[in-house]
Design a protein around this ligand. Sequence first.
Ligand code: R5P
Length: 306
Amino acid sequence: MSCLYAMPGNEAFADRLVRHTGLPRRELRVHRFPDGESLVRVELPPAHEDVALVCTLDNPDGKVVPLLMTAATLRELGAARVGLVAPYLAYMRQDTRFHPGEAVSARIFGRLLGGAFDWLVTVDPHLHRYHTLDQAWPLDGRVVHAAAQVAAWIGAHVDAPLIVGPDGESDQWVRDVATRLGAPFVVARKARHGDRDVDVTLADTAPWKGRTPVLVDDIISSGRTMVGALQGLDPAGSRAPVCIGVHGIFAPDALAQLAAAGAGRIVTCNTIDNATALIDISADVAATVAELARAPHHESRGGNLP
Ligand code: R5P
């Protein structure tokens, strides 16, 4: 692979990848016309070389058209394989038709973008009913796990943690993080009734009274899942709970809701750039990108959209 490009807003993460991989970053600009259309302009890619585009996919709808145009432009201008580094992958939670007539967004989104790229590197995509990434994304997909970095952060900043999973789906991350730390863990049950309406049932945490509850989930969006788990903690526990999300999407009132429910520190990985992103996952992402960079050259898929 010869170089990286960063979609707007992804320059800081891409530059971390530059530092870890030694790959250079080339210029990419997206001009927004007054009518809302976009014009992509890239510094020319080296001919017949692989390139990677960095674009995290929170708030995805406005990012998709420029992203597809950039991938197609790089191919037209001579790039061989075009890869996507998307630290956060959108739409993975809508992985079934929950109600009649609904879109299965994970599969549709995966086919749409997967058809434009040759490979994908992402961090802990929400795999629930899909067990592997290729069930939704038809390409060479590589998953980076955040558990080691999350556990390292907890080990360095939290005394005597009790790891708490706010719902059954979090079991996979919670178990992994707790095992790395040699810490106890509990996993709650959740019923979701609406975007901001969830019930969380947590086992009694009083037996771990002296410990610091550390809630760990993959995504914090409305924050209501974390709020439900915070409300289930032993009220007599003396230590302020810590909330950790791999991906901090944060709806506008989410942080305020978490604070009101008693959260102490709120920390996320830097898969999405925000004030809570204190856990740096870029070295792990870079290691996977470097693996792909060394991989023998395969024929490009040519970006055939479905
Ligand atoms: C879904 O099960 C995910 O793992 C998260 O628990 C969920 O996306 C969090 O969403 P919110 O913050 O809106 O409750």
